[in-house]
Write a protein that binds this ligand. Structure first.
Ligand code: SAM
Length: 233
């Protein structure tokens, strides 16, 4: 009886915690896109250009883009005639994306609640979202991505590396994970750590790409991003 009560309480509080976290993400990203619009400009990330080269080489035609933002990267892919579905939590970002990249289809919601359809994709491109989650959510998100790929489908993920200038700053919440603001954590990946996250996949390629941005209080700055290109077995 007592243990049933404890389990129910734990389950409910875990669900409540997850709901609070998703609400936080929604509010944080809604505000950022309402205030900043196309925060990172209209050009795609350099990582998307490299992902497109690899997708073409491996005949990837239909891709899922979790954390699509306002579509700066999805547009590169639809312009190259790929079929693109994005998932994005922020309504203001989706409103911009639908105008900026009408050829892509967007679902509004949290990637932690995937799937949003029954499709199997040839590829997944995900830029700068995996590192926003704590370990349990990172693993759960990657499992959901794995399920949405067809057998032998490809995943290209971009994350903050341990070479970022912000690495180690703020409150430490987990190994290599720091909160610059409350609830705003970032995980900084070493190469081995990134490969370990993709241990269910066959790792094809990893690397570092420097991506320069110019926005907000930071002004011009360069991110030292890590990417992984991996294949579902
Ligand atoms: C750093 S931005 C990168 C956006 C886009 N990938 C790009 O490179 O332009 C992170 C994106 O993930 C979205 N996001 C954050 N948490 C999310 C979640 N739980 N589910 C879906 N999208 C989320 C944010 O709204 C934001 O658009």
């Amino acid at each position: 009886m007592i243990s049933a009560f404890i389990i129910t309480f734990f389950y409910k509080s875990k669900k409540a915690y997850l709901a609070r976290k998703i609400t936080f993400f929604m509010e944080y990203w809604e505000k950022r896109f309402l205030e900043g619009g196309k925060i990172w400009g209209e050009k795609p990330s350099k990582t998307a250009i490299h992902a497109l080269e690899l997708f073409r080489k491996h005949e990837v035609n239909k891709i899922l883009v979790p954390g699509a933002g306002y579509g700066r990267n999805t547009k590169l892919f639809t312009d190259a005639n790929l079929e693109v579905v994005g998932i994005e939590i922020s309504e203001p970002a989706i409103n911009i994306a639908k105008k900026f990249n009408p050829k892509a289809h967007f679902f509004q919601g949290s990637v932690l609640n995937m799937p949003f359809d029954d499709e199997k994709y040839d590829g997944i491109y995900s830029c700068n979202i995996l590192h926003l989650f704590l370990k349990d959510d990172r693993i759960s998100f990657l499992k959901k991505c794995y399920k949405q790929l067809r057998v032998k489908g490809f995943a290209f993920f971009v994350v903050f590396s341990d070479k970022e200038s912000s690495f180690g700053k703020g409150r430490r919440v987990e190994e290599n994970t720091y909160e610059s603001k409350p609830w705003r954590a970032a995980h900084y990946f070493t190469e081995n750590d990134l490969k370990e996250h993709f241990k269910e996949f066959l790792v094809v390629e990893t690397g570092i790409i420097e991506d320069t941005e110019n926005h907000g209080e930071l002004g011009p700055h360069t991110h030292i991003l890590r990417y992984i290109f991996a294949q579902k077995k």
